[in-house]
Design a protein around this ligand. Sequence first.
Ligand SMILES: [Zn+2]
Ligand SMILES: [Zn+2]
Length: 270
Amino acid sequence: MIDPRCVRLTIVGCSGSFPGPDSPASCYLVEAEGFRLLIDLGSGAVGALQRYTSLYEIDAVCVSHLHADHCLDLCDYSVARRFAPDGPKPPIPVYGPPQTALRIGRALGADPVTDARPGADPLNGITELFSFATLAEGTMEIGPLRVTGAHMNHPVETFGFRLEHAGRSLAYSADTGQSDALVDLARDADVLLCEASFTEPADTGGPALPEGLHLTGRQAGQHAARAGVGQLVLTHLVPWNDESRTLDEAGQAFGGPLSLAAAGLGFTLE
Ligand SMILES: [Zn+2]
Ligand SMILES: [Zn+2]
């Protein structure tokens, strides 16, 4: 019997910037009291998601930002909902930055069914499948979860999230460069799911890393240490990086439990 206070996290996809050979792009399934929330639905995630849950048992989706590796599988997911064998599924809430519906509707393109209707819908019917809600900084209730969004440090409007339930807490950095807001968001969280897209430049003087884009493993560790989190899970791992190096870097800055995300890994916050 699962303790109803538990929060369950499943890594559906953790590949940074584009899918890798062993993982879709960003997608995390968070379950509490039978409620299923997806955090991001990046490229390739709808396929792997079906290993962990029925496509039609998702209750809500939160999209951190509108880069393709975090949102684009909303297109494929809308097709699965529209053409379900027993008829179209009712809309579920999708929380995202401004213009999420427009972006996904345009990416979806005109459909042979929606096309045939008089009066072209510029959103290509996407709002029939999802009830879009615009994210803002602050706290809201999504099902049994208390969800706090905060702006991260990334070239487009990006939200990191803190999810809380029955005294358990999970923070997610989304994509970000160095960010005091991330430290505040993750303060004392049980688990910080933190991006580590970059590796530190070699001492031999490689090019400097761009600012306001992503974190290195070392920087992820520093953010985790400053926030005092219980556990750090490194994610948004870019396929061309050496993961062991990312892990080593983070371990030099964070002394607590530390691991690399991998598709299919599950964590129970109990
Ligand atoms: Zn990304
Ligand atoms: Zn991004």
